[in-house]
Design a protein around this ligand. Structure first.
Ligand code: NAP
Ligand code: HSE
Length: 430
């Protein structure tokens, strides 16, 4: 008979500290739910001498991965070191050593999820990753279990709190991108490499994880078309508002027949839509299903306690199975038919902001280029004429058109003598 369930922790940073704290402060309630006590046996860190925000006995700390991965009393390894390497190798080693694994690592799960889940299946070991998307918002288990009978046709999501915070401040206070990014960094929201947030890399990882569950596929981050938010200027928010839109960085996956389009980029969305009202560091995921209808999951997508809620849910699910002596490793059943739809075939509406000389026939030449590429204009306004320089800002909204048409038109507009600059181009999602 087992006396307790041994936990090995890889990482004692933001999330690791939250998890260690929950293991100690909620020990009784966790034991009641699991059937056995959950005992922290060993913790891997880089620097064992570093001051920690959480009280963990120094005897438990080690900088040698083997002391956690091969510890005879560790049943569940929780990977919270982040990044691709060596996290992936540690997860593999834990699985091949016969351990159950819980991870919050979106990068590893987006890049190697299928491979690791297959390995776990081969070793009858459960690998869970609820905290990897949306932290404490119950998404992975909802997609795996609660929506299993549904056909999912679309996901529209705000999956990165940092960029949503930046866009919210820019929209509400008219601030520019650079100063808002600096504020977000001072608040500790931005990842060590800001590109992960700003360029949509983090959101793309999370979209891959959700899409693989929604469409039973094995997509990878390269399958996602991606653009960041650094090109958005304060005046884009003003014009968006005038047309009745908000600007958000959305992660979008849509399935039509067996083709799935996946993209992360800034979009205009109607001001009265639910996602337009998601402000600050909050995350929200809107899912369109055939049986359950349209669902919206909403909450804080980062932070030690939020992530520890999801990590501990996974740990408890595994612990209950260990206690009951059952093996509950989900089988991977892929839908081999689904393929990625190339971005060039995606259809949306578009917002264009151009700088052009303020004189006759300019608009006619611009609309000629758009028309030649089968792009129909829905409205056009001329803004902020500069009398001295004799230039004007021209803002154009189009009807739906294929991406390959607009890209060709943009190239031609950039070469048109009557266009000084194509200052911005943002897709419109309705
Ligand atoms: P973090 O604060 O940077 O902590 C990382 C921890 O791992 C530190 O304790 C560090 O040791 C240790 N570590 C890193 N590389 C190591 C290595 N090669 N060998 C041994 N130890 C190593 O990271 P975090 O914010 O907690 O994030 C952890 C994971 O959770 C990531 O996958 C992240 O994407 C995910 N996640 C984070 C959040 C969030 O709000 N932060 C939310 C959801 C998911 P030292 O302390 O000695 O440096
Ligand atoms: N950098 C991420 C965000 C943290 O801003 O949402 C949570 O994954």
């Amino acid at each position: 008979m087992k006396k307790d369930i041994g936990i090995g922790l890889l990482g004692l940073g933001t999330v690791g500290s939250g998890v260690a704290e929950v293991l100690v402060t909620r020990a009784d309630s966790l034991a009641e739910q699991a059937g056995l006590s959950l005992i922290l046996k060993k913790v891997l860190v880089r620097d064992v001498n570093k001051r920690r925000s959480v009280k963990v006995s120094t005897n438990l700390l080690t900088s040698h991965p083997e002391e956690v991965l091969s510890h005879p009393e560790v049943d569940i390894v929780i990977e919270l070191i982040g990044g691709e390497h060596p996290a992936k190798e540690y997860i593999e080693q834990a699985i091949t050593n016969g351990r159950y694994v819980v991870t919050a690592n979106k990068e590893v799960m987006a890049k190697h999820g299928y491979e690791l889940l297959s390995l776990a299946g081969k070793h009858n070991a459960d690998l869970r990753y609820e905290a990897s998307v949306g932290s404490g918002i119950p998404l992975i288990s909802s997609f795996q279990q609660d929506l299993a009978a549904n056909k999912i046709s679309a996901i529209h999501a705000i999956l990165n709190g940092t960029t949503n915070y930046i866009l919210t401040r820019m929209a509400q206070e008219g601030l520019d991108f650079a100063s808002t990014l600096k504020q977000a960094q001072e608040l500790g929201y931005v990842e060590t490499d800001p590109a992960n947030d700003i360029e949509g890399i983090d959101a793309a990882y999370k979209l891959v994880i959700l899409s693989n569950l929604a469409f039973r596929s094995k997509f990878v981050p390269q399958d996602v078309y991606r653009e960041g938010i650094s090109n958005i200027a304060a005046r884009d928010f003003l014009y968006a508002k005038e047309f009745g839109y908000a600007i958000k960085l959305l992660a979008i996956a849509k399935r039509a027949d067996d083709k799935v389009e996946m993209r992360v980029h800034p979009v205009f969305i109607p001001q009265d839509s639910q996602l337009a009202k998601v402000d600050g560091v909050y995350n929200a995921v809107e899912v369109e299903t055939d049986l359950a209808g349209k669902l919206v999951f909403y909450g804080e997508g980062a932070g030690a306690l939020r992530a520890s809620s999801a990590v501990m849910a996974d740990v408890l699910a595994i612990a209950r199975n260990i206690y009951r002596g059952v093996n509950n490793v989900p089988e991977l059943r892929l839908n081999q038919r689904v393929t990625v739809k190339p971005m060039s075939e995606v259809t949306t509406r578009y917002y264009l902001r151009l700088n052009a000389p303020d004189r006759p026939c300019v608009l006619a030449q611009i609309s000629q280029v758009l028309g030649d590429n089968s792009i129909s204009i829905s409205s056009v306004i001329q803004k902020e004429s500069d009398l001295a320089a004799q230039t004007a800002i021209i803002v154009i909204m189009t009807y739906p058109a294929e991406e390959k048409g607009i890209q060709k038109a943009l190239k031609q507009l950039r070469q048109l003598p009557v266009v000084n600059e194509v200052s911005n181009f943002i897709r419109v999602e309705v």
